[in-house]
Design a protein around this ligand. Structure first.
Ligand code: FMN
Length: 210
């Protein structure tokens, strides 16, 4: 059998400690990048990114993850949909907002609409199904970064718009969890991370952590 990196990763134990720490250092350097340019990942790189999405944890093996790729010429039609949806929500929407909605897909090399195919009235709560899709989005952001590309998770009013959801195949109760805007970085600010002690406490048996 071919000794591919993927097989080594699947095997887990064959990856040495230095490689693992290097991978974590790379993950610590991830940051969201909104200023994107070509190229977007394609071919084997894109497959790897999508496969990482499919490694998200998933209660009950429901596999709720759905990824819709929007790229190339299709971005123009998608931009039209965003503008139409904004006008439906607010017929008096300012032109500047409409222009922003139209420009965004056109300047984004690849959009991955990430959603959950939600099963209603299932013993796995809907929230957990949506969280699993969110975990897929995060896995993909990490993969995008590790492969040297850049991305950003974006929602906004369009991600919650039922018609935009439906046009991407997400009829309620299924839903988008957001768009990954993907490409290569034009610029990237330094990584800022909050202080660990502001977010982590040790629970020692009191009613509340102190
Ligand atoms: C669910 C979700 C939705 C988001 N939606 C937006 C958005 O619509 N617009 C935006 O500017 N940032 C949005 N963000 C924030 C960025 O994706 C990013 O996390 C933030 O700019 C911080 O950058 P960092 O990831 O480098 O720390 C969203 C983040 C999450 C998790």
């Amino acid at each position: 059998m071919e000794d591919s990196t993927a097989q080594r990763a699947a095997d887990g134990i064959t990856i040495d400690l230095d490689d693992r720490r290097h991978a974590l250092d790379l993950l610590l350097s991830r940051r969201s990048v909104g200023a994107l340019q070509d190229p977007a990942p394609a071919g084997r790189d894109l497959e790897l990114i999508l496969d990482l999405g499919l490694r998200a944890p998933d209660h009950g093996r429901l596999r709720p993850w759905r990824f819709v790729l929007i790229r190339g010429e299709a971005r123009t039609a998608f931009a039209d949909r965003l503008v139409a949806a904004a006008l439906r929500r607010d017929p008096a929407a300012p032109q500047a907002l409409l222009d922003r909605y139209r420009a965004w897909p056109l300047r984004t090399p690849l959009l991955i609409a990430v959603g959950a195919a939600v099963r209603a009235n299932h013993n796995i709560p809907e929230g957990e199904q949506v969280l699993s899709a969110g975990a897929a989005a995060m896995n993909m952001l990490n993969a995008i970064h590790l492969l040297g590309y850049a991305g950003m998770w974006v929602t906004g009013a369009n991600a919650y718009d039922p018609e935009i959801n439906a046009s991407l195949g997400f009829e309620a109760p299924s839903r988008l969890v957001g768009f990954l805007a993907v490409g290569s970085r034009r610029t990237m600010a330094a990584v800022e991370r909050p202080a660990r002690e502001d977010h982590v406490v040790e629970w020692k048996g009191a009613n509340r952590p102190t």
